[in-house]
Every structure is written in C-alpha cells, then in structure tokens.
Design a protein around this ligand. Sequence first.
Ligand code: FES
Length: 407
Amino acid sequence: MSEKDELKVKIKGKIRDLLAFSKLTKTREKKFEKASAKPIEKDNLKELAENLHPDYQHLIIDKIIDNTKSTKTFRFIPDSEFNEDLALFRAGQYLSLKVNVNGYEITRPYTISSSPSEALAGFYEISIKKEQNGFLTHFIWENWNVGTKVTSSGPQGLFYYQPLRDSRNIVAIAGGSGITAFRSIAKEISEGNLDINLTILYGCSEEDDILFYDELKRLESKNPGKIKLVIVLSCDEVSLEGCEMGFITSDLIEKYSDVKKDTYFICGPQLMYEFIDDEISKLKIQQDRIRKEMYGEIKGITKFPNYPKEKADKMFNIRVMIGSEIKEIPAKATETILVSMEKAKIAPPSSCRSGECGFCRSYLISGDIFVSPKSDGRREADKKFNFFHPCSSYPLSDLEIEVPRRK
Ligand code: FES
C-alpha cells in the first residue's frame, strides 16, 4: 500500500471512530430502553466466578494416611450436605483451613499435596507435620478422624509455575514437609498436564523423615528426563543408596542445575530459608528466577537486627474496632496482632498468615508497630495511609486499630 493510501485509511478510520463516538449516548439510551426492567435473577458470570474462587468450601475427611511418625495425609472430599464441587487449583497452591480449637477460631494455610486433576476427580490431600510445640497440629492429631467436617478457603497462593515468567526447567529446593507442593507439581507433570522439567533437591534430617519417597521415585522412573529426585540427608548414618550427604549447598545446587537459566522454587521450614538464602546468594542467581513459598508466621521476631529489643518482654493494650463493636485486648510484643486477636476470640479474616494475601488488611488509627521484614506485603499506598497486615505485624506500643469483619 502506498503512503497516500495508508493516510487515506487512517483518516477514514478516525472519522468512523468520531462518528461512532458522537452517537454513543444515543446508542446507549436505545439499549437502556430496550433492556428488561426485571431484576437479573441468575448471573451466570458471577456464579462461575464464585465456583472458581469460593470464599469457603465445606469438606469432610474421607481418609487419613500415616506417612511418617510425625506426618499424616488427610484426604478431603466435598461435604454432601452443601452440594458443592471442589474448586480447581494450580499445583503449588494452598487451602486455608479454619479450625475451632476450644472456642478459638484459628486459620492455617496448608499446601495441597494432591494434583489438580485429583480435585476434578473429587478430592484434595493435605499433608500435615505434627510440630513439637504446635498446639494446632496437636489438636488436629487428637481430634481429626474420618468423617470430621472442616471448612477451608478456596485455593490460594502464587507459588506455581507461570510459563510467561519461569524457565521450563524448574529446580525445586524442598525441606521436610515443604515437599508437598512439589509432590503436586510432579503428579501434574506425570499426568501430562504440565510440560516442564522438574529437579527436586529434597533435604531431610533422617531417612525416616522423607515423605512420599516411593511415590516420588515411581514418578521419576515413569518420567525419565522430566522428573529427577535427589535426596539430601544431613544425618551421619545412611542406608539409602544414591543420596547426597550434608545440606543443600551452593555446590550441590550448581551440580544439579544450570544456575544461568533455571528457575528455583523454594519451600521448607524458616531455618532452611535462611540457610538457602546464603547459598543462593553465592551463585548470583537473578531474583526473578527465585520463587519462595510464604514464610508463615515468623518464629523469633526479636532476631531481626532492627527489632527494638527493649520492647521484647512488654505487654500492650489494643483497642480493636470491628464493625460496630469495640474490644480492648492484651497483646504480647512478640506475638503478631492477629494471634492476640484470636486469643481474645476476635476472628478477623485471614488466610496466608504471611503478609501476602491481604485478607487481614487493617487500619492503624494510632500507635507503633513492627512489621516483619521477611513478610511485609504492604503496598506503598498502604504504608503511606497507615494500612497494615496484623498477621505480620507486632505491637510496639498501645494501639488503636480497625479490622474488617470475617464474611
Ligand atoms: S492473612 Fe494474608 S496478609 Fe494477613
């Protein structure tokens, strides 16, 4: 097309747009007149959105599998009383489980360890490790049986493969029960629904702590070149063949991956993150190729260099406004504001408990807080206008806050 013709096409297009724009109001008025005045009774789009992203799911425990002496897998199916299908999810996402412990309502995020196609087949699996000092996991151990009803959120979280951003070669660095996300991803690959290559570096203290060993080995041999499992044991005596000894160091990461190209997914206990952060920094891997699962509530907030240590053993008073109610509650300096509220039987919305999802976003009317530097998910505007996340914030003085109501 000649330059002259191109110009003509452009001018015609502009005139057409201008004419359409000048008729816009009239066109809209005609459409309004024609439209029915009857209220919409069924909104298909809203229904679809609610099915894909439900606020709550009503589940029932169908099966409990003992994995190791300290870990069990709970299989959940939909509670037939509510006639709901399970929401679909991406391998690596979590559910926030709502548990009522002696009148206290507590939520905890747990990664889904089954695969997305198993949700289509009607179940989710969640594998829970009994923490030595974790009163919730002790409660679950003693009280959850086949038939127990549990409420969960819809699937949430951002710890999943994204083809536009991530390399097709994923290196999973897992510690302890952090393997659950990678079990889901490995199953998804094996079922033919995710076309990536997965190398799992799985660190455990002892052989007895390894989760899903036989299953992961089976997935590895069924998918040569696509799934590779490397067990790394830090104990002294080992009978397992072919494993690496010690910790997941920079040398080991380099041995099993291409540090210039691969994407690294990291999931494990907080102590492991600290160790791996140092090792990864030696390799100078670009930050956009490192993905980390949420930290959960920070254990030992006083260890951060900028935490004001003189506040550590103080107790404060928090004035909480929730809807039309106002409650005064005590709060320990070293406990998150969310935990203090839960202990006082106020249950604001929460999900990730890591400062990421924004469910607990609240307004700080007055007082000072310390925000965990490892889980500060506030937007710049939130910081400017005093919004904060109670799940990742600690009181440094008496506070007055306004929190949202749980739906
Ligand atoms: S619970 Fe997710 S940000 Fe607080």
